[in-house]
Design a protein around this ligand. Structure first.
Ligand code: ADP
Length: 396
């Protein structure tokens, strides 16, 4: 089956067309600056990347442009839109309503809409993308795949915050966790690479990208994860603060004369390694600045690493042990120095890193030595493929 995978944000939309029989990518790209001016990037498998600047006032027009590119006589990959068997949509927040992917129906969309309060920046954009696709492809089955669903197996002691219980009962205030599609995909791949049964493995996945989170996967289930009600909790990230004393919000608000929304904007967009270093949210820029002697860049990287190490320690305790630790996402897949620095803290687990193996980037590889007590792996994530698989499973 040919599956169109859509990841729709407020002003951008990423897409991939995947042949589920071969799991190959037939075409991919993105629409940027939707509602501003508009730019389509389209790349068929084995072909040149095409960039088209063209007005995209709405998401519907953006998706129409993607469709036009896919069926284009010269560079398209299909004759007609009918060749698309199903569409898989990434949906950020499924609250407690969705513990698994779901076929998109009117009732399902109403339930996603009810979760919008919990993810006001993400869910409305995801819904716009879904509705635009439905208008253009009314007869094609569609599936929603949630970032939160994988974490619905967390036990209460992991997901409840220490606040009045009525807040949980009345407003669903709790930890949800994100990057679930990635944590699920990577932990399953790790079991396959190690040739161990997924159902009896204790795995810690470190998804280290611009957004970053750690997840404890025990016997095939997420039992804890570092992001919370929103993606702001947990690790220090590219621009997000991660964990911070909530009292600091009021203190910062007073000192900087900001309201709550203003402080949260700083914690989401101007903090993390960006705020700490004053250099960049991109870890490549930090590395470059560090090599040029920038101490704040070095310090930002150390703060980032230390927080990852603390979460790994916490999850070893939560699972009463760990069999393997996986690194994934932009930084986890590509930055050998950060992987080594993090693993240097983990000697107490009997971890030993194979320096040669750790030099590899962007491929599945075991980077621990054969006698390392805990296996350490690099597993490139593939959220689009995971979404395509879920979509096929529900629609075929
Ligand atoms: P997100 O999907 O959350 O936007 P990514 O997973 O793409 O983030 O990760 C972005 C981070 O990964 C950047 O800070 C960047 O420094 C790092 N990164 C991405 N690609 C590479 C690469 N080829 N080499 C080194 N670092 C990389």
């Amino acid at each position: 089956m040919i599956v169109l995978v859509i990841n729709c944000g407020s002003s951008s939309l990423k897409y991939q067309v995947i042949d589920s029989d071969t799991e190959g990518v037939l075409a991919k790209g993105l629409c940027e600056r939707i509602g501003i001016d508009g730019r389509l990037v389209y790349q068929p498998a084995g072909g040149e990347k095409e960039i088209t600047e063209s007005a995209m006032p709405t998401h519907k027009q953006a998706i129409q442009m993607v469709i036009d590119a896919l069926v284009n006589e010269k560079t398209g990959i299909m004759k007609s839109l009918d060749e698309i068997g199903a569409v898989g949509h990434r949906v950020v927040h499924g609250g407690e309503k969705f513990a698994a992917s779901a076929i998109i129906t009117d009732e399902m969309l109403a339930a996603v809409e009810e979760c919008s309060d919990l993810a006001p920046l993400h869910n409305p954009a995801n819904l716009i993308g879904i509705r635009a696709c439905q208008e253009l492809m009314p007869n094609t089955p569609m599936v929603g795949v949630f970032d939160t669903a994988f974490h619905q197996t967390m036990p209460k002691e992991a997901y409840l915050y220490g606040v009045p219980y009525e807040y949980y009962e009345n407003y669903a205030v709790r930890k949800y966790g994100f990057h679930g599609t990635s944590h699920s995909y990577v932990s399953k791949r790790a079991a396959a690479i190690l040739d161990k049964p997924y159902e009896s493995l204790k795995t810690i996945v470190c998804h280290l990208g611009n957004g970053a989170s750690v997840c404890a996967v025990k016997n095939g289930h997420s039992v804890d994860t570092s992001m919370g009600l929103s993606p702001l909790e947990g690790l220090v990230m590219g621009t997000r603060s991660g964990d911070i004393d909530p009292s600091a919000l009021e203190y910062i608000a007073k000192k900087e004369q900001l309201d709550l929304a203003g402080v949260l904007n700083v914690l989401n967009k101007k903090s993390g390694v960006m705020g700490l270093s004053g250099v960049s949210s991109d870890f490549r820029d930090l590395e470059e600045a560090e090599q040029a002697g920038n101490e704040r860049a070095a310090m930002a990287q150390q703060v980032f690493n230390y927080r990852v190490v603390k979460y790994i320690g916490a999850y070893v305790a939560a699972m009463n042990g760990v069999d393997c630790i996986c690194f994934t996402a932009g930084l986890g897949e590509n930055n050998a120095v950060v992987r080594r620095q993090i693993c240097e803290y983990l000697g107490y687990l009997g971890i030993q890193i194979d320096e040669e193996a750790n030099k590899k980037r962007g491929e599945e590889v075991v980077i621990s030595t054969p006698d390392s007590k805990v296996k350490v792996l690099v597993v490139p994530t593939n959220e689009e493929l995971a979404i395509a698989r879920e979509t096929v499973a529900l629609t075929e």
